[in-house]
Design a protein around this ligand. Sequence first.
Ligand code: PLP
Length: 360
Amino acid sequence: TQVYNFSSGPAMLPAEVLRRAQSELCDWQGLGTSVMEISHRGKEFIQVAEEAEKDFRFLLQIPSNYKVLFCHGGGRGQFAGVPLNLLGDKTSADYVDGGYWASSAVKEAHKYCTPNVIDAKVTVDGLRALKPMSEWQVSEDSAYLHYCPNETIDGIATHETPDFGDKVVVADFSSSILSHSLDISRFGVIYAGAQKNIGPAGLTLVIVREDLLGKAHKACPSILDYTVLNENDSMFNTPPTFAWYLSGLVFKWLKEQGGVEVMDKINREKASLLYGVIDKSDFYRNDVAPANRSRMNVPFQLADSALDKLFLEESFAAGLHALKGHRVVGGMRASIYNAMPLEGVKVLTNFMIDFERRHG
Ligand code: PLP
């Protein structure tokens, strides 16, 4: 059976990328060793690193006044890295709370500043929604505004582009980076753990506007300090070289697919197919307002939760893996990042329709 992995992260990688990595695993570029065994300071790896950055910049059209950093520490590392780098002499920052990950960022920020929490969660016609950005009450003296455009667990997203004048906007794009095009110039900092829409866990990408460098708190660990990382080409300590290399292969694959605009089109198609099947039946349910539905993470419930176990067993047997919802939400969740082909979502929706026919 062809397996489709709907895991929220670490998530599925493009099959072509895995096959290429497999073919060169033990003998990379005729060196007789693996790329993960060579020095990050040698010219061979530096070429891999530079090419990955070049392709990433091309895919997101990153302007030249932004630096790209290849870091350790994941999304949670940046929950600390952001305040440690950006507060300067300020003592507060705005934090929009739209779900689990945004509120986890608030918890971490409390160690370094007083977060001004903007609760964006609202209910519209009985459905979960987010306040539009125009209603986010930004405070004047905050060092920056932090938000998470795509909440991986809640399956809720804001699809708006921020426009907050001079306020430095920081966004946690861990679960939606590269799934659509972005106007990078609207942001001060964008960060994303790689393990959902980019590559393997262990690598975190940070895009930072260069005028925001040089302000890190003196207690900021050097490995989280954007200025130190930038001055050392992201090699202040040994970077996660294998994840960097594999992410580079994913960037090449994305370019071959036609880039992020093409991915956006396919991602919309996948999401509308899946939400369509959920909405058409009373057997399945998603409780997020259509305008705020995530195109990456689709949580859904069975009307009869007594069937959850059977649904998971039968879907797994059909090659549809990792559909169990997050423990804080329950039910099901299908993560449909870039690497999930439209065909995988078709197999899932056909399974769902058939399961309903048999058990509805
Ligand atoms: N932010 C978002 C939106 C996430 O989905 C996750 C993980 O799922 C995190 C942050 C935390 O990332 P990490 O596990 O890399 O620290």
